[in-house]
Design a protein. Structure first.
Length: 292
């Protein structure tokens, strides 16, 4: 077994770049929603990403025969993935990037809370419990921050929270089902294949699928499918295979921080002291939760 190395400058730069990509993706989703309905855009993104991953597997001559052993868990993780992005894309259509991102990236909080009860060896230590409490307080503060509340929508924020819970459900399913026995590429193929079918099929139930798309919206959709869910995932796999998982997890607080900054800089969203305080609590809480 290859020993994973401690974090170095190259790894930190790669993780900072990946976190920046994820944060920028939140802005791209909101902009793309102006041309496509959120659910349809999420489905098309999965279609594009599936093609990118499929091409990579073909070029690397990687077989997915092991996926036959994980049909039940694969379908479940795919349905969780479908629900997660149906809710996230819709949330970003209703509320600001800053508010949605703080809530959505609180996923480690809900995963740690669930893992405490269902995963052996994942009980909350006093330090991790403190992190969970701080992050939950930060989410509540973000929801009730008077400086940005008037620019949000409680429905969008509720959907962002539900998306975070679905994300935690994916992580638990990957740990508790036979999907854990297949390579990460196969796990992603289950998620993309199921969501591509489900989201494109149900999209017409949520209104017209097209909202006068222009070149900017098409470009945003392709960017999401190729750069974020396709190439971004492959870069993430490389980093996770090279560095210790605990060191990689320590960078998870960056995405909500950068997303809030990009919402302010690129979309002129209001970001006052209250929202920054909420963000700080969530970021510190996530770091403490990830400590081992």
């Amino acid at each position: 077994m290859t020993t994973r190395r401690a974090m170095d400058m190259a790894g930190a730069a790669g993780l900072f770049g990946f976190s920046t990509l994820l944060a920028f993706n939140q802005v791209v989703i909101k902009v793309t929603n102006a041309g496509f309905s959120p659910v349809f855009a999420a489905g098309l993104r999965s279609v594009i990403s599936l093609a990118v991953i499929g091409l990579w597997l073909l070029l690397r001559r990687r077989s997915l025969g092991a996926m036959r052993r994980s049909v039940g868990g694969g379908l479940l993780v795919g349905l969780f993935f479908s629900a997660e992005f149906l809710m996230l894309f819709t949330a970003l259509d209703l509320t600001t990037v800053a508010r949605a991102s703080i809530i959505f990236y609180s996923m480690p909080v809900w995963l740690a809370l669930a893992a405490h009860f269902v995963l052996p060896g994942e009980r909350l230590s006093p330090v991790r419990a403190l992190g969970l409490g701080l992050a939950m307080l930060g989410v509540a503060w973000a929801l009730y921050d008077p400086g940005s509340q008037g620019f949000g929508d409680w429905r969008g924020e509720a959907l962002a929270l539900a998306a975070a819970l679905c994300w935690a459900g994916i992580a638990l399913t990957l740990r508790l089902s036979r999907v854990s026995e297949i390579p990460p590429e196969g796990q992603l193929v289950w998620q993309l294949a199921v969501s591509a079918l489900v989201l494109t099929a149900v999209a017409p139930l949520f209104g017209p699928v097209l909202r006068a798309p222009e070149a900017l919206h098409v470009t945003g959709l392709v960017f999401q499918g190729v750069a974020v869910s396709g190439l971004g995932f492959l870069a993430w796999l490389f980093l996770l295979s090279r560095y210790r998982a605990s060191d990689v997890a320590a960078f998870s607080f960056l995405s909500p921080v950068l997303a809030v900054g990009m919402g302010w800089a690129l979309l002129d969203e209001p970001v006052g002291p209250g929202l920054l305080g909420a963000l700080a609590l969530v970021a510190v809480g996530v770091v403490l939760i990830n400590r081992r």
